[in-house]
Write a protein that binds this ligand. Structure first.
Ligand code: 6PG
Length: 234
């Protein structure tokens, strides 16, 4: 079980500024240390303001590779597509934004396998993994369902896989590709960004329950060894 530090903000705008600052610092440090930065960013709506702020930062964007922590299996350009959102924000800055969805894949498992192969191409571990969390306690696209065990106990070199959430989340009822728990847990820096009292309660409960938690985020955090920063605004 990791050490967890909560950072609480008065509002979402303040959180966005702080998150953008922290992510920018990690990117700069990675470029200084290794010549490039590879980061995974959460989808969903919570981090959008932080991404807009981050995109204003003067960074050596050409040295930055961004992947989504997870994505919905929808065509590029679809409103549900996380990589489309990341591409719109960071491609104009010169960053490399890599999709983890292959529209040509025959099914969600094949889509996950293609993502896993693609992710072998750049340097690991990730310099940063920024996670979000759903009100049901999922994180990235590690959901209850037939693929949960595979996502949690994947071997170290299995970085991504296809998952079919069960039940399907109402706001985006589609199969997904997600980073595996080992890919997330091996990151050099790990942050979670959440808002609202309900999510805070879920997160606190999941942390307390640890590996036995029915919430995927509880299982994920139980397996993580590096310190985790949780950014929260009410
Ligand atoms: C995705 C995610 C997911 C997200 C949470 C929270 O569904 O694509 O990456 O893990 O972070 O569902 O989403 P909101 O920020 O929209 O509440």
């Amino acid at each position: 079980m990791t050490e967890i530090e909560w950072w609480e903000y008065d509002d979402a705008a303040e959180m966005a500024g702080a998150l953008a600052g922290d992510i920018g610092f990690i990117i700069e440090s990675a470029i200084d240390a290794r010549g490039s930065a590879v980061i995974a960013l959460a989808g969903g709506s919570t981090p959008l303001a932080a991404y807009a702020k981050l995109a204003e930062a003067k960074l050596n964007w050409k040295k930055v590779t961004i992947i989504p922590t997870d994505d919905r299996i929808v065509p590029m350009g679809d409103a549900l597509s996380n990589v489309t959102m990341l591409a719109k924000t960071f491609l104009p800055k010169g960053a490399r934004v890599i999709p983890i969805i292959s529209e040509a894949a025959s099914d969600y498992k094949a889509c996950g396998n293609a993502a896993n192969a693609r992710l072998a191409d750049f340097h690991w571990p990730l310099d940063l993994c920024l996670l979000g969390m759903g009100a049901d306690g999922h994180t990235a696209s590690i959901f209850p369902g037939p693929d949960l065990e595979e996502a949690l106990s994947a071997p170290a070199d299995r970085r991504a896989l296809g998952v079919m959430p069960d039940p399907l989340p109402k706001d985006a009822p589609v199969a997904r590709v997600t980073l595996s728990l080992p890919a997330i847990a091996s990151a050099r820096a790990l942050m979670i960004a959440v808002t609202g009292k309900d999510k805070k309660k879920v997160l606190e409960t999941a942390i307390k329950q640890g590996e036995a938690s029915a919430y995927p985020i509880g299982k994920v955090l139980a397996a993580v060894e590096l310190p985790v920063d949780i950014h929260w605004a009410g």
